[in-house]
Design a protein around this ligand. Structure first.
Ligand SMILES: [Fe+2]
Length: 366
């Protein structure tokens, strides 16, 4: 019997009007100051150089940095306190903010291209984590992104083997909508060795980077090989091959014939979508019209009752976290409540040539 239940199954879908109009205006002001300005500068520089600007992807930890600046942003402190109080009353005690991120969707900007679960949740082994994703502004997009709900996709989640595997869906052919093509299930790697990143030794961190690069290279190659095998082999042979060797690349085949259903939850500005830890999600797959956009800010909540025992190391959130000594993860201990602290040193690790190499290395779908 496949176990499908998780601790987050009964969480509400949307918390209505958790932010006041003034709260929303403050977040929009912070977005313009902390993130949009940088994006616009980057895009102007790329235009001047005749190159393509990097895409506007999810941006992490800018609120964390803002909280540590002097004079303190008391308005932001008060808003986060209000949110945490609401979280206490709805979800129970012990939850702390583990990450913040900006989410921007427009015709030329997709925050998260891959159908995924957030791997960071699984570093404690529990399944009671959630994101609150606050809608701040939009044009004709009064809804969430796409969620593969458990209740509408029971066959999918039987294959995913919940509750202890953070999973992504990768289409077998190109970047087609996974709902219309066969998929790989890809399990985000959780390892013990990224603890190397969390010590104070520069040498250990450099070793951590080398392992990350090798591991990422291997997983990319495995995906390329699996796709090539799919193109060249009869499907029956390919299926047997995947069953025998897919685990080497954290890959398996999603059985054919499973219909994938997504849902967008209607939202108003100031509402918070509750993203459950073990539900797959992705930026809206729809083609947007010129002028359509949506701005949101996200907070990841995890419970301090659990201990950190495995580290995700891929993905933009982990990479951002590893820039700052103040955000080292507490191996074998509870997550720190860093969003309620002030005066943390948010300077980055000293530069090394290996770090530069690592920064330029990203896990891209082949
Ligand atoms: Fe996500």
């Amino acid at each position: 019997m496949v176990k499908l239940e998780s601790s987050c199954d009964k969480y509400p879908r949307v918390l209505e009007r958790i932010l006041s109009d003034a709260d929303v205006e403050h977040f929009k002001h912070l977005f313009a100051e902390l993130t949009e300005k940088e994006w616009l500068q980057r895009e102007a520089q790329a235009k001047a150089a005749g190159t393509q600007a990097p895409p506007r992807r999810l941006t992490y930890f800018s609120l964390m940095k803002r909280l540590q600046s002097t004079p303190r942003d008391e308005r932001l402190v008060a808003i986060l306190e209000k949110i945490c109080k609401r979280v206490d009353s709805v979800f129970g005690p012990g939850f702390v903010i583990a990450q913040d991120f900006w989410s921007w969707r427009a015709p030329d900007a997709v925050a998260a291209e891959r159908v995924h679960m957030d791997a960071d949740f699984w570093m404690t082994g529990a399944t009671d984590g959630f994101n609150l994703w606050f809608l701040l502004d939009h044009k004709d997009m009064a809804h969430s992104f796409d969620i593969y709900t458990k209740e509408e996709n029971p066959e999918l989640y039987k294959s995913v083997q919940l509750p202890h595997r953070p999973t992504s869906l990768i289409p077998l052919q190109g970047m087609k909508n996974p709902g219309s093509s066969p998929c790989f299930l890809y399990w985000e790697p959780l390892r013990f060795w990224p603890v190397l990143f969390e010590g104070s030794s520069a040498l250990a961190r450099d070793f951590g980077m080398v392992f990350s690069i090798l591991s990422t290279w291997w997983l990319q190659k495995a995906l390329v090989c699996a796709r090539a095998a799919h193109r060249r082999l009869p499907f029956s042979v390919f299926r047997v091959l995947m069953a025998l060797t897919g685990w080497l690349g954290n890959l398996a085949l999603l059985p054919r014939g499973i219909e994938l259903r997504t849902r967008k939850f209607p939202m108003s500005v100031g509402d918070a979508l509750v993203v459950r830890q073990d539900e797959l999600h992705v930026s809206d797959q729809d083609r947007l019209e010129d002028g359509q956009f949506r701005l949101a800010v996200g907070l990841k909540f995890m419970n301090q009752h659990h201990k950190v025992w495995k580290y995700p190391f891929l993905g933009p959130a982990g990479k951002s976290r590893r820039q700052y000594p103040a955000l080292r993860l507490p191996w074998g201990r509870s997550l720190k409540d860093v969003y309620r602290q002030h005066g943390l040193d948010m300077s980055t690790y000293p530069e090394s040539w290996l770090r530069g190499l690592f920064a330029s290395f990203s896990f891209r779908q082949a």
